[in-house]
Design a protein around this ligand. Structure first.
Ligand SMILES: NC(=O)c1ccc[n+]([C@@H]2O[C@H](COP(=O)([O-])OP(=O)(O)OC[C@H]3O[C@@H](n4cnc5c(N)ncnc54)[C@H](OP(=O)(O)O)[C@@H]3O)[C@@H](O)[C@H]2O)c1
Length: 281
């Protein structure tokens, strides 16, 4: 790798932060970004740290303009920023659903649009989009998060074919559970449903069990099948450096098992599998 310039979103924690470190170790010129600049403290000195919020056009434009002015183009974009809204379809507040799409989908699309002219100009570029195993199927309670990841999959499939002739490769990364802040943030998005037996909330008890499932899946001491952020970062760097990257990289044993099952099982059988592993109302 001859010091390509890498722009990564959501580097305050988790996969984004681990990717910034992994790309820097591989010799890249890294621009690690986060909503709050202070959240990047602690990343190594050689990493460029910038504030960037994927729902703020101006903040995205200013970082891309700076990279283009200094280096000619962004060589590798890692669209990583995102979170998982957990809310039943019936009772989700549309304002929360819109914010979910603004962050996970429209932010990714807009930043991609901003880096593409530079990539086209130099006939070279890599765009790595963080989807999820949840971009290949859907868990109850997470319909809108999954919808954003299905959207990322569809947009990436279109983009891959639209930009291939310009020398730009588009890569989707699909992790299963990864031990990051993701689980805690997901639980924090849940509506304050009333789970008491007298409650009129038909989803209160269900969401309480979803929260417990999340807590278990993201507890490193209990969840032996979860990946680490470093595991995912290694895959991202490998995919970004590969001469002929695959369109998709499934990461971790849970993702491999569930994505594989979804591919071969009829819908009713896959529903039964989900019901055996995951709460439903
Ligand atoms: N962990 C998993 O199990 C898992 C599995 C599959 C896919 N993924 C995907 O992997 C990606 C990274 O998640 P993670 O696991 O590393 O979780 P994480 O530790 O919670 O990191 C998420 C990052 O996204 C940032 N972010 C959220 N909204 C943003 C915005 N508007 N603008 C800029 N940054 C924003 C967060 O910043 P703040 O600190 O400012 O909120 C944080 O840096 C996400 O797209 C997620 O959907 C995660």
């Amino acid at each position: 790798m001859s010091a390509p310039t890498v722009l990564i979103t959501g580097c305050s924690s988790g996969i984004g932060r681990a990717s910034a470190t992994a790309f820097a170790a591989a010799g890249a010129e890294v621009y690690a970004t986060a909503r709050q600049g202070g959240a990047l403290d602690g990343l190594s000195e050689g990493i460029n740290k910038r504030e960037l919020d994927v729902v703020d056009e101006e903040s995205m434009r200013s970082v891309v303009d700076e990279i283009v002015a200094r280096h000619g183009a962004v060589d590798i974009l890692v669209n990583n920023a995102g979170y998982g809204l957990q809310a039943p379809v019936e009772t989700a507040a549309l304002e929360d659903v819109r914010r979910q799409f603004e962050t996970n989908v429209f932010g990714l699309v807009r930043l991609t649009q901003l880096v593409l002219p530079g990539m086209r100009e130099q006939s070279n570029g890599r765009i790595v989009n963080l989807s999820s195993m949840g971009g290949r199927f859907t868990f109850p309670g997470g319909g809108f998060y999954h919808a954003t990841k299905h959207a990322v999959e569809a947009i990436s499939d279109a983009l891959r074919l639209e930009v291939a002739s310009f020398g730009i490769r588009v890569i989707v990364v699909e992790p299963g559970p990864v031990l990051t802040e993701f689980g805690t943030t997901a639980v924090s998005t849940m509506p304050d449903g009333d789970a008491s037996p007298q409650s009129a909330d038909p989803y209160g008890e269900f969401m309480r069990r979803v929260a417990a499932t999340y807590a278990g899946a993201y507890d490193g001491s209990r969840s032996k099948l979860a990946s680490s952020a470093d595991d995912v970062a290694r895959v991202i760097v490998k995919a970004a450096r590969a001469r002929r990257p695959r369109p998709r990289y499934v990461v971790g044993p849970v993702a491999r098992a569930l994505v594989g099952s979804k591919r071969v099982l009829p819908d009713r059988a896959f529903d039964a599998l989900v019901k055996s592993q995951y709460p439903t109302p």
